[in-house]
Design a binder for this molecule. Structure first.
Ligand SMILES: *[C@@H]1O[C@H](CO)[C@@H](O)[C@H](O)[C@H]1NC(C)=O
Ligand SMILES: *[C@@H]1O[C@H](CO)[C@@H](O)[C@H](O)[C@H]1NC(C)=O
Ligand SMILES: *[C@@H]1O[C@H](CO)[C@@H](O)[C@H](O)[C@H]1NC(C)=O
Ligand SMILES: *[C@@H]1O[C@H](CO)[C@@H](O)[C@H](O)[C@H]1NC(C)=O
Ligand SMILES: *[C@@H]1O[C@H](CO)[C@@H](O)[C@H](O)[C@H]1NC(C)=O
Ligand SMILES: *[C@@H]1O[C@H](CO)[C@@H](O)[C@H](O)[C@H]1NC(C)=O
Length: 375
């Protein structure tokens, strides 16, 4: 009997220890060294994640920020997935404690503030960073550029920045990522590449620029593609032009077929008569290009816009002058009143005088008087 209750006690203790070894609302597997807290409406990174954890999935919750206390004592974690948690802020040292981190997935969040030192500890070991659909606005991408330029991510091999509506790449953003192999910038709003965008990417093997807003690559933009001579390029689903102005790019592409992974399949988006034909055939062939009326119209549209802008400016200036005029009138209202009374009096006097003379002129007797008087 005593033995039995002792056994039960031990069993309960064991159960409670086991229970304590996995955070509430999470599933833990020691055998797989994996912990999952998936779509459990968590508001914070749970405490009590077991030390054996190598793969940690905390996804689909409502976690606002990641602070320096979030991941303490998790030396063994190599893979951390924080997809779709609505995270807006990464604080300084947010991932400190993760001394073995290799893969960090922050995709599907709404990052607005990224402290430049958010990854100083974990960044040293990091191989892959996924920030696909993770940056809420341009200030977040500026924060990220600052973080990358600190130079702590020296071992980073893969960076996914797709789907972030990036309109421009902050200059020198990737300069201090010497080990980067794969840079994914698909599904953004890039239309040109500034000089120096890809400088420092000496080992780049894949550059995905598909689904952006490139009409062509010339000048600095083309120079940037040449700055990463070993990288395979993905350029599909850009609104590429096959007008004669785009000939240099088509020729470059024809001479770089082994680099452009999807070069054969690139299609013209304009001019209309070449829409959907192959860029290499249309653009590269002598006499194959067409002047692009739409492009010209767009440029004229630009002039129209400038004209409209100048009209708006004129309107604003006139409005301002009007307001100043009214204001001056208001300030001088007493003086104006006096002036109006004076004018009125003056008018009245003048009118009375005129009236009097009219009367004098029109009265025959009086005129007679006067004429006789003259005589
Ligand atoms: C990490 O794993 C090793 C065994 O692989 C273990 O000895 C160590 O205690 C673990 N670290 C922590 C913080 O639990
Ligand atoms: C990054 O995350 C997105 C969405 O979670 C996923 O589709 C994509 O494959 C990931 N990128 C890489 C390089 O694994
Ligand atoms: C592109 O990104 C937007 C969000 O910026 C997303 O809604 C859309 O599904 C993405 N498209 C593709 C083809 O990945
Ligand atoms: C780009 O910048 C480098 C110096 O950073 C300069 O030498 C080069 O001429 C520039 N190229 C263009 C096309 O402006
Ligand atoms: C463009 O060409 C592809 C095949 O190359 C075809 O599937 C598609 O329907 C065409 N689109 C248009 C708008 O013509
Ligand atoms: C493409 O390049 C090849 C040489 O690699 C050349 O023979 C061919 O004429 C070029 N095609 C066009 C359309 O310029």
């Amino acid at each position: 009997m005593i033995g039995f209750s002792w056994l039960m006690f031990c069993g309960l203790l064991h159960a409670s220890v086991l229970h304590a070894a996995c955070p509430a609302r999470c599933e833990c597997s020691e055998a797989a060294q994996t912990v999952k807290c998936v779509s459990k409406d968590l508001r914070h990174i749970p405490t009590g994640i077991p030390g054996y954890t190598r793969n940690l999935f905390i996804t689909g919750n409502h976690i606002n920020r990641i602070g320096s206390e979030s991941f303490k004592g998790l030396d063994n974690v190599t893979t951390l997935s924080l997809i779709n948690n609505g995270i807006t802020e990464l604080e300084s040292q947010a991932f400190s404690g993760l001394h073995s981190l290799l893969f960090l997935d922050l995709s599907g969040n709404r990052l607005a503030v990224i402290h430049p030192e958010a990854l100083t500890t974990a960044g040293r070991t990091l191989r892959e960073l996924n920030l696909s659909r993770a940056l809420r606005d341009p200030s977040a991408s500026a924060d990220l550029a600052r973080l990358l330029r600190l130079g702590t991510l020296t071992g980073l091999r893969g960076l996914d920045l797709s789907g972030n509506a990036l309109g421009a790449l902050p200059s020198g953003m990737f300069y201090r990522l010497p080990a980067l192999r794969r840079l994914l910038l698909a599904n953004n709003s890039l239309a040109a590449l500034r000089n120096g965008s890809f400088s420092g990417l000496l080992r780049l093997e894949e550059l995905d620029l598909s689904r952006n807003a490139f009409r062509t690559f010339r000048g600095e933009s083309l120079g940037e593609l040449e700055a990463v001579p070993r990288a395979r390029l993905l350029l599909a689903h850009n609104p590429l032009s096959c007008s004669c102005a785009a000939l240099p790019f088509a020729r470059w592409l024809n001479g770089s077929r082994e680099r452009a992974g999807d070069g054969e399949r690139l299609a013209c988006a304009s001019p209309p008569e070449l829409r959907n034909s192959s860029l290499l055939e249309a653009g590269g062939a002598p006499g194959g290009c067409r002047e692009d009326k739409e492009e010209e119209e767009e440029e004229e549209g630009g002039v129209d816009l400038a004209l409209q802008t100048s009209y708006v400016f004129l309107g604003v200036v006139l409005g301002f002058v009007g307001v100043v005029f009214l204001f001056v009138l208001y300030l001088n209202r007493k003086g104006i009143k006096r002036w109006m009374f004076d004018t009125r009096d003056a008018c009245r006097e003048a009118l009375e005088g005129y009236h009097y003379r009219m009367e004098v002129d029109s009265d025959p007797r009086l005129s007679q008087v006067s004429t006789t008087a003259d005589l």
